[in-house]
Unconditional design. Structure first.
Ligand SMILES: Cc1cc2nc3c(=O)[nH]c(=O)nc-3n(C[C@H](O)[C@H](O)[C@H](O)COP(=O)(O)O)c2cc1C
Length: 370
């Protein structure tokens, strides 16, 4: 397949695979698409390790990196000051919720580990720049994308000076125009069906709006893409490829625990709900007893980013450690309703391209019949 984005990066297929898991990034890249590693959970040393591993397993093929650089965020605080900084009511709410569910506290070494560092620092321009400095030592990185805000001009300039294309996730035409002005080479138009942080406009409406608004800039279609017919729709609406996140979570390469995967395989599309409980900003995630407790009458309002993440980090680890399926949640989009069994990254790519090709054949047949 040839589109502007396969030409731009020398790919076999215009399939971009966002993941926090290096194995997914490697497999998608080896399958002819482009894996893009999410960095929000990594410090520079960890990033260096992950990138070395990806370099060693991708045969010189290009891959990408993703940063979150929110334009609006509260001041970053040290995790060690958590109990001083966060409202007592919120801390008590989470503690009581977990205690009532019989979810035990963490062992003291794990508790201490969680109380190190400053969780929001990687989301600042300074924290992001430290990650970029690591990335520049890995010449296979050909794309850096930012989410939640506009990358600072010096970062964009630095990346361009190293021959790296720069992109951004957008959820509206206004965001898209702002990012175009900031010098982006490619945009990812992400509809509200998507997993994790989302806007409020559905993919079917958003994709052509963004394509038309920023032409001739190439646009990737994100939000609700997991199969070939959705890819055909994205291309028909003017996208130059697709950018997928949720569909990789059901693969054997994904970072999720078997229990979390099982929850996904049982879930319907309507179980992927928009909530603020994990980060303080609107995110799509799997409905669970933990997410719904925050919707109950009398529950406190989630705190702004990055305070809400500081608040719930330990609770998430406790729930995961206790393997409590009812309380587990994770970011996922509405495509979760189509994910019913474990597969592999290679299989997802193969099936997507096969269904895409069948769809084109069907169109051709229909045109002939007319
Ligand atoms: C588990 C998960 C975590 C995500 N984290 C990020 C992130 O850190 N940065 C980012 O730009 N996008 C993130 N996203 C959004 C993806 O980049 C992508 O736009 C989205 O998943 C596309 O929609 P889909 O989930 O329907 O495939 C995440 C998505 C998921 C499912």
């Amino acid at each position: 397949m040839r589109t502007k984005t396969t030409e731009m990066f020398g790919l076999d297929a215009p399939i971009f695979a966002f993941s926090h898991c290096r194995d997914v990034v490697v497999e998608a890249t080896r399958a002819g698409g482009m894996g893009v590693l999410g960095t929000t959970r990594l410090d520079p040393e960890q990033l260096e390790q992950e990138l070395r591993w990806i370099d060693d397993h991708t045969n010189g093929r290009p891959y990408g990196l993703d940063l979150a650089l929110p334009n609006k965020m509260e001041k970053v605080r040290d995790m060690a000051d958590r109990d001083l900084v966060l409202p007592r009511e919120h801390i008590a709410f989470v503690d009581t919720l977990l205690a009532d569910a019989g979810i035990p506290p963490l062992p003291s070494d794990e508790h201490e580990k969680l109380h190190l560092g400053s969780p929001g620092f990687r989301l600042t321009a300074e924290g992001g720049m430290e990650l970029i400095e690591v990335a520049l030592k890995h010449p296979q990185i050909k794309l850096v994308v930012s989410a939640l805000g506009v990358a600072p001009p010096d970062m964009v300039e630095l990346l361009h000076a190293h021959g790296i294309k720069v992109g951004a996730l957008v959820g509206s035409v206004a965001h898209a125009l702002r990012q175009q002005q900031a010098g982006m080479d490619i945009l990812v138009a992400q509809g509200m069906e998507a997993g994790a942080h989302t806007g409020n406009i559905a993919s079917m409406v958003l994709w052509p709006q963004v394509v038309d608004a920023v032409a001739p800039l190439p646009v990737l279609a994100a939000g609700g893409v997991g199969r070939g017919r959705q890819m055909a729709a994205a291309l028909a609406l003017g996208a130059e490829g697709v950018w997928c996140g949720s569909i990789w979570l059901g693969t054997r390469e994904s970072e999720l625990s078997p229990e979390m995967k099982e929850r996904f395989f049982e879930a319907k599309s309507e179980d992927a709900v928009q909530r603020r409980v994990l980060t303080g900003k609107q995110c799509r995630m799997l409905r669970s007893k933990f997410t719904e407790a925050w919707e109950a009458p009398g529950a406190p309002k989630p705190l702004p980013m990055p305070l809400q993440s500081m608040l719930v980090a330990e609770a998430r680890s406790r729930i995961e450690r206790a393997r409590n399926k009812d309380f587990m949640t994770y970011y996922v989009g509405q495509i979760v309703g189509d994910m019913t069994f474990e597969t592999s990254v290679r299989n997802v790519v193969y099936e997507m391209l096969t269904e895409l090709s069948d769809t084109f054949d069907r169109f051709e047949q229909q045109m002939k019949e007319d």
